[in-house]
Design a protein around this ligand. Structure first.
Ligand code: PLP
Length: 351
């Protein structure tokens, strides 16, 4: 009989094999059984398992310095990775943008929620705090991230603990919530943001957060042409920030550095996770565009938020090594060959 696990596992009724090693698209358990990892686990390990350069870069960084608190120091790998991510992002991030590194996607969402609130305080719009999102979305597990996530089942047990800031219709042509068909629908799902703002104190709205291609809770749902542009236009019109949650779709996964670039859109904030360190280290990031950074620079100059492990030297060293691997293998260009409007996101990478 298997020994009882001391881990507070995801499901107590399940017995988990012990993953002992990884090679490319394979995970091998303690008994030598091989599992084909066709999805990079939860869309994380985009460069595959066991790439030796990544482990070497992490070991080298930890032997130099493994930790320095961000209240007192910056480190070279974090600075280097920030510069690379800003250069990878749309043009509005490149000159004057900044990066806030976290330990994963949920922390990135939490950070963005507080950041947009403080942006509005810095610019004298004290009423604005609500971050609007879509039904059937997922932005993370922490309470702030759950507040903006629109997946009913995942929210249900925690309903008394999370705020109701408003969810608009998902963009999901396969089961259109308006029972319409594109293009006759005229993007009713995008206009639902306008309707929501009209009906719910638009002066309290701080931002709109969305997954450009919905991952966990719809399954690679690509929006039709014009959707993302219409959303961006409505956000601009109402003075609210646009947050693209690219935790799953970023870092080249859809054939562009970030999925929003398929539609030429410049969000105010981009969230990154998963593929940024390809699972070799816990890492997420909030890419903040120049316009938003400027409000902090001109205002208080200090973000009232922090994590002990933000900008971790070993995690950001892993991120740099993954970036080197993407560059050396021309990884993103090799994903590009398909049209995102015709192919679901998981298929783009793994076909
Ligand atoms: N945002 C999106 C779009 C995600 O898919 C996920 C995780 O699946 C998250 C945020 C949360 O990231 P993490 O699990 O690293 O906290």
């Amino acid at each position: 009989m298997a020994t009882k696990s001391g881990l507070f596992s995801r499901n107590f009724k399940k017995t988990y094999p012990i993953a002992a090693c990884g090679e490319g698209c394979w995970i091998i358990d303690q008994s030598g059984r091989r599992y084909l990892d066709a999805s990079g686990q939860a869309a994380v390990v985009s460069i595959g398992h066991g790439v030796p350069e990544i482990g070497r870069a992490m070991a080298e960084q930890s032997s130099r310095i493994a930790f320095a608190h961000t209240s007192q120091f910056h480190t070279a790998p974090a600075e280097k990775l920030a510069a690379r991510l800003l250069a990878f992002a749309p043009a509005n991030f490149r000159d004057g943008g900044r990066v806030y590194f976290t330990s994963g996607g949920s922390e990135a969402t939490e950070t963005a929620i507080k950041l947009v609130r403080q942006f509005h305080l810095e610019t004298g719009q004290k009423n604005r705090y609500r971050v609007i999102s879509r039904s059937q979305s997922y932005h993370g597990s922490t309470l702030g991230a759950m507040t903006v996530s629109g997946n009913v089942a995942r929210r249900a047990p925690y309903a008394p603990m999370i705020a109701e800031w408003g969810h608009i219709a998902p963009c999901f042509c396969y089961h259109c919530p308006f029972e319409k068909t594109f293009p006759q629908c005229q993007l009713a799902c995008a206009d639902d943001l306008e309707v929501h703002l009209r009906e719910h104190e638009s002066d309290q709205a701080a931002a709109f957060i969305f997954e450009p291609v919905v991952g966990a809770t719809l399954g690679a749902a690509v929006p039709p042409e014009g959707y993302v542009a219409r959303i961006a236009e409505i956000c601009r019109k109402h003075g609210i920030l646009l947050i693209a949650d690219e935790v799953m779709t970023g870092m080249g996964r859809t054939g562009k550095p970030f999925a929003v670039q398929h539609w030429g859109i410049e969000p105010d904030i981009i969230l990154v996770g998963k593929g940024v360190a390809s699972g070799y280290a816990p890492l997420g990031a909030v890419l903040v565009s120049a316009r938003v950074v400027e409000a902090f620079e001109r205002g208080s100059g200090a973000f009232m938020h922090g994590f002990t492990y933000q900008s971790h030297p070993v995690s950001t060293a892993a991120g740099n090594a993954v970036f080197d691997y993407l560059d050396a293998t021309k990884f993103v260009n090799r994903v590009i060959s398909r049209d995102i409007n015709k192919v679901a996101v998981d298929q783009v990478i793994y076909c």
